[in-house]
Design a protein around this ligand. Sequence first.
Ligand code: TYM
Length: 334
Amino acid sequence: MIDGKKVLFSGMQATGNLTLGNYLGALKNWVTLCDEYECFYSVVDLHSITIRQEPAELRKRARALLTLYIAAGLDPEKNCLYYQSHVSGHCELSWILNCFTYMGELNRMTQFKDKAAKHADNINAGLFTYPVLMAADILLYQADVVPVGKDQLQHLEITRDIAQRFNAIYGDVFAIPEPYVGKTGASIKSLQAPEKKMSKSDENPNASIYLMDDPDTIMRKFRRAVTDSEAQVRYNPEQAGIYNLINIYSACTGKMPEEIEKEFDGKGYGDFKTAVGESVVSVLRPLQERYTDLSKNKDYIDSVIKNNAEKADYYAMKTLRKVQKKVGFPERVR
Ligand code: TYM
C-alpha cells in the first residue's frame, strides 16, 4: 500500500517496434488504472540486453518507449514512468532472489525455451534468469497487481512462488502479486499465422501492426490478413484468423464479439477487414500525433525521467533495505 492505495507494477521491453499486441494487451489497459492504484511502469532495459543490442539503438528505443507511455495517456504526475536501469535496486534484489529460485523452475519457462531456440548462439545466463529479474521488478514495489498479456502469466506464477517461498522463511516481507489480464486484447495473434502471438520480433512485417505504422500500411496489412474459407464472421476459435480480427475490433471499439457477429452477418470478409483496419487507424492516430508532439519536448521528457526515477528509487530502496536485513547482511553505517 502507498498512501492507502494498492500498488500496481508493469513493464515493457524497448526492443524492436512495439506492436498492436503490446498496445491492446497492455498499454491501453494501463491508462485506466491510476485512480485505483499507485502505478509504476518501467521501461525494462535491463531485460533487453539478454539479447544483443546495438547500444545507440537501445537508448533511442528506450526513450521512445517512455515517450509512448505518456502519449498513450499515462500522466507522469500520477504514474511513475522510469527506466529500470536507473534504479539499482532491481539488480540488487534480483541477485538475492536468484538464491531463492531453483534451476528446475527456470528450466520450465516457455519463453526461455522459445528465446533459447531463436538465439542459439547466445544462450546467456541472463536469458535463463530473466524471470527472476522480473520477479524483482514486481516485488521491489510490493505490487499487489500486475497487468500483463497472457504470454507473461507463467512469469507471474514464478514470481508468486518466489515471494511465497521467501515469506515462508522470513515472515511477510513481500506482497503476493495478482495478475490482471484485460478482457479483450490479452492475446493478439499474428496477422499472417494466427496461431502465433503478434510479436515485435516477427520477421514478416505483414504479421504485425506496429504502433507507428501509417494508415495505408495498416489498411494494407489487414487486407492481407490470413483468414479461412468459411465466409462467416463468427467468434469461433477454430477460425483463428477471424477470431483474432474480432478480438482486435472488439478491443478497439468496445463492442462485444456477439455484437460484431451481428454487425457483419451476411457481409464478406473484405468489409470486415476494412472495418477492423479503420478501427485500428482511429485508435492509433491520436497516439501517434501525441507521440510526435511530445518527442519535440526534450526538457519535459528529461524532467519526467529524472523525477520519476527518484520516486521509484525511494520505494525500491525501502523494500531492498528490509530484504537485506532479513537475509542477514550487516547493517549499514553510512
Ligand atoms: P514485452 O515487452 O514482451 O510485452 C509488454 C506487454 O505486452 C504484452 N503483449 C501482448 N499482449 C497481447 N497480445 C500480444 N500479442 C502481446 N505481445 C506482448 C505482454 O504480455 C506484456 O504485458 N517480460 C516482460 C516485461 C517485464 C514485465 C516485468 C512485465 C519485465 N518486468 C514486470 C510485468 C511485470 C516482457 O518482455 O514484455
